[in-house]
Design a protein around this ligand. Structure first.
Ligand SMILES: *Cc1c(COP(=O)(O)O)cnc(C)c1O
Length: 389
C-alpha cells in the first residue's frame, strides 16, 4: 500500500478508470503529423488529426519558421506587454483580422487560454454565460472560472436559449458556442444566434477551432452580419487547419484593446515564439490560396458519407465538415472497433464518456486534404466489413 492516503485514493481512481475502459493512454508519434504517420513503431494511415489541410508539415511553413529562428532565435523571452510582442506577432494579427473580416485581432498561445482570457476579461459576477451543452471543455472551464452565472442550453436548441435569455436579469450577457462542434461536426446557426444576441443585448462569442481554414474559402464560419457586428467575437485556433500552434481572437478594435489590458492569460504569460508567428503568416497565405486543398477535402467527405450510409449497426452522424463521427454506442465496443482498425493499419480514435454523453461513444473520423481517395476508400470498405462481421 502507498505511503499516504491521498496517493492511495488516486491509485484507486486509476484502477477504477482502467476497469471501466476509461483509462486514457498516450501513443508515441515518431514521424511528422499528417495523413501518414509512424506511431509506436507502426506505419499508419491517420484519420485522427485536426490537420485538415495537411499544413502541419508543409515545407513553406517549416521554411518560414526556420528562417525566423535564424534571424530571431527560438524564445520570445518575455510577455507581450514586456518586450515580447514581436513585429511578426503584430503582422499576423493584422493579416488575420483582415482575412476573417473583423477590425482587429489578438494572438494567444492556445485556444484554451484564449477562451479563458476572453471570458474572464468580459464577465464577472454581474455576468451570465449562455452556453451550448456540446461546447468544447475549454469554453465550459472558462465560463465556470469567470465568476459569471453559467447557464447551459440543449445542443442547438435556440428556442431554449431564447427563453433562458428572457429570464435573465444579468447586466452582462454572453452567448458562446462552438461554431463547428468538435465531437459532432455540425455547424452553429450563426445568424440566428446573432439575432438573439441583438434582441437581448448580449455578446456572441464563437469558437471556430474547426471551421477556420475549412469553411467559406478558409475564412471560417462567420456570416456577413457576424463580421459586421461589434458584438460578435471570433476565435480561431491555429493548431488545427492552420497547422501551427496558438489562437487568435478577432473583434471590434476596442474589445481587442480591452483584452490587451485585462485578459490575464494574455498578460501573465510568455509570448509565443516569433518563429511560430512567421510560420502562421506563411500558413495564412496557404489557407487563403488553399481552395484546391478544400475541394479535395470536400470530395473525401462526400465519398466517406456515400460509402458509410446505411450500415447495419453503426450510424454516421449528420455532418458536412471534415469531422465525421460514426456512432457505435458503448465505450468498450467503440474501443474494440478502434483497435481492430489499428491492427489493419488505420488510426481512428474512439471518443468515449466523459468527452461525449454516455451511450454515444463513437469513432471520430477526421479527414484531411492530405489523404488520397484510395485511403478514404480503404477506410470505408474496412468499416463496412467490420460492421457486417
Ligand atoms: C481544440 C479546441 C480548443 C483549444 O484550442 P488549443 O489551441 O488546442 O488550446 C478550443 N475550442 C475548440 C472547439 C477546440 O476544438
Amino acid at each position: 500500500m502507498s505511503a499516504f492516503d491521498a496517493l492511495a485514493r488516486i491509485q484507486q481512481g486509476l484502477a477504477q478508470l482502467e476497469s471501466e475502459s476509461l483509462l486514457r493512454k498516450r501513443s508515441l508519434l515518431e514521424s511528422a503529423q499528417g495523413a501518414h504517420v509512424r506511431v509506436d513503431g507502426r506505419e499508419l494511415v491517420s484519420f485522427c488529426s485536426n490537420d485538415y489541410l495537411g499544413l502541419a508539415n508543409d515545407p513553406t511553413l517549416a521554411a518560414a519558421a526556420a528562417a525566423a529562428i535564424g534571424e530571431y532565435g527560438v524564445g520570445a523571452g518575455a510577455s507581450h506587454l514586456v518586450t515580447g510582442h514581436h513585429r511578426l506577432h503584430h503582422e499576423f494579427e493584422q493579416s488575420f483580422a483582415a482575412f476573417v473580416g473583423k477590425p482587429a485581432a489578438l494572438m494567444f498561445s492556445t485556444g484554451y487560454m484564449a477562451n479563458l482570457g476572453v471570458l474572464t476579461a468580459l464577465l464577472g459576477r454581474h455576468g451570465e454565460v449562455f452556453a451550448d451543452k456540446l461546447n468544447h471543455a475549454s469554453l465550459n472551464d472558462a465560463a465556470q472560472q469567470c465568476g459569471a452565472k453559467f447557464t447551459r442550453f440543449a445542443h442547438a436548441d435556440l428556442g431554449q436559449l431564447e427563453s433562458r435569455l428572457k429570464r435573465s436579469a444579468a447586466r452582462d450577457k454572453l452567448i458562446c458556442a462552438d461554431l463547428v462542434f468538435s465531437m459532432d461536426g455540425d455547424v452553429a446557426d450563426v445568424d440566428r444566434l446573432l439575432e438573439l444576441a441583438e434582441a437581448h443585448d448580449a455578446w456572441l462569442y464563437l469558437d471556430d477551432a474547426h471551421g477556420f481554414g475549412v469553411l467559406d474559402e478558409g475564412r471560417g464560419g462567420l456570416t456577413e452580419a457576424a463580421r459586421k457586428s461589434p458584438r460578435v467575437i471570433y476565435l480561431a485556433t491555429l493548431g488545427k487547419a492552420a497547422g501551427v500552434f496558438g489562437a487568435a481572437v478577432a473583434a471590434h478594435a476596442d474589445v481587442v484593446e480591452w483584452l490587451v489590458q485585462k485578459a490575464r492569460t494574455y498578460i501573465y504569460t510568455t509570448a509565443m515564439p516569433p518563429a511560430l508567428a512567421a510560420a502562421l503568416l506563411a500558413s495564412l497565405e496557404q489557407v487563403a490560396a488553399g481552395q484546391a486543398r478544400r475541394d479535395r477535402l470536400r470530395g473525401h467527405v462526400e465519398a466517406l458519407r456515400a460509402g458509410l450510409a446505411g450500415l447495419p449497426h453503426w450510424r454516421l452522424m449528420p455532418s458536412a465538415t471534415p469531422i465525421q463521427p460514426l456512432l457505435i454506442g458503448g465505450n468498450a465496443e467503440a474501443v474494440a472497433v478502434s483497435r481492430k482498425l489499428l491492427e489493419l493499419g488505420l488510426l481512428v480514435p474512439a471518443i468515449r464518456t466523459p468527452t461525449v454523453p454516455r451511450g454515444t461513444a463513437r469513432l471520430r473520423i477526421s479527414l484531411s486534404s492530405a489523404h488520397t481517395p484510395e485511403e478514404v476508400t480503404r477506410l470505408v470498405s474496412t468499416i463496412q466489413a467490420l460492421d457486417r462481421a
